[in-house]
Design a protein around this ligand. Structure first.
Ligand code: WQD
Length: 316
């Protein structure tokens, strides 16, 4: 099929593009290059900010020209802390960008969309394993934009849109070094950058109600996440689609200390770990229940935490 991938020059987007091409799809990428890198992609590329005034018309023309079968929408800002500081920027880019995309799709009769959502839609769940019907309340503007985005996708059913929301848990690792996550904004790249700078990684709090006191997350390899997008595109071609929202994780949690222990093995460095104060807004535990995506999409993650940390270290 012919796919439009927004944000396809990004860390996650470029993995999705490669996986979709490997599955036989042809791709056009749209990206504003705010964090994306064109060196990561070899497909047709259009430089575009989806929240810009010209975005809707540019997208419509592109859609009429290429007659895409589906859109994978990844382009968005995703830094939780930044979203607290600059909420308007997040509403403009994440919600405004999606609105322009949906208007363009509606006007060019393009009715298939995979939407990049997030576990941040759950806020601070008080369950060990989060299912998609958990009544989450986002606790930051980033998470709000992803939940609102899911509502926008759902409401577009009125003009026939077939949409699916993928709620990413903690994405990390890389398929090949050139696609590595170079932005030190999440635990594993932050810890690796600290080591490379001769510093100790910092654990944000060790007094949480968990086995070792540090927060637990569901780390999923970006290659597995990319594969889930290919499955989601196929799912949208089916007439029977019982669900429109799926967690993408492993179903297994790992604490910060456990991640850093894997980093010691991958790096061969028995580094010191510093413990700092808690970070505001961190839920003690956020682990996906993945039974729905396994049952309905036939998807399960193939990579474990060791693979994730090793691939990130080897690429650094
Ligand atoms: C993971 C754990 C930190 C850095 C965010 C977004 C979420 C999703 C994934 C997009 C936490 C701890 C971190 C450090 C630490 N993104 N930590 N020392 O906050 O779980 O989720 O990224 O969809 O939407 O919210 O990821 O990597 O920032 O933190 O101890 O130097 O590591 O406290 O417990 P997070 P993270």
């Amino acid at each position: 099929m012919k796919l439009l991938v927004t944000g396809g020059a990004g860390y996650i987007g470029s993995h999705v593009v490669r996986a979709a091409e490997a599955a036989g799809h042809s791709i056009v990428v749209v990206d504003d290059l705010s964090t994306g890198v064109t060196a990561r992609i070899d497909s047709e590329f259009v430089h575009l900010d989806l929240s810009s005034e010209t975005a809707q018309l540019t997208l419509e023309n592109l859609m009429r020209k290429h007659e895409f079968d589906s859109v994978i929408h990844l382009a968005a800002r995703k830094q939780v802390g930044q979203s607290v500081e600059q909420p308007e920027r997040y509403y403009l880019d994440n919600i405004g960008g999606l609105a322009n995309l949906l208007l363009a799709m509606r006007n060019s009769n393009l009715k298939s969309l995979v939407f990049s959502s997030s576990a941040a839609t759950y806020g601070m769940p008080d369950v060990d394993s989060v299912t998609e019907d958990y009544p989450g309340v986002p606790i930051n503007p980033y998470g709000e934009t992803k939940l609102i985005g899911e509502w926008m996708v759902k409401n577009a059913k009125v003009w026939g849109l077939k949409g699916v929301n993928l709620r990413y848990f903690n994405v990390a690792g890389c398929a090949v070094p050139e696609l590595n996550d170079t932005a030190p904004l999440n635990l594993i790249p932050i810890a690796i950058a600290a080591l490379k700078a001769g510093k100790s990684p910092i654990v944000f709090g060790e007094d949480y109600p968990t086995a070792d006191g540090s927060c637990i997350r569901d780390y999923v390899h970006v290659s597995d996440l990319a594969a889930a997008h290919v499955s989601a595109v196929d799912y949208l071609t089916q007439s029977e689609r019982p669900f429109d929202t799926f967690n993408v994780g492993t179903g297994t949690g790992a604490s910060v200390f456990e991640v850093l222990a894997e980093l010691k093995i991958a790096s061969g460095i028995d580094f010191e770990v510093s413990v700092g104060p808690r970070r505001a807004g961190d839920p003690p535990k956020l682990v996906a229940n993945v039974s729905r995506i396994e049952k309905v999409l036939g998807f399960s993650a193939k990579h474990n935490l060791k693979d994730i940390v090793k691939s990130a270290w080897d690429a650094s």
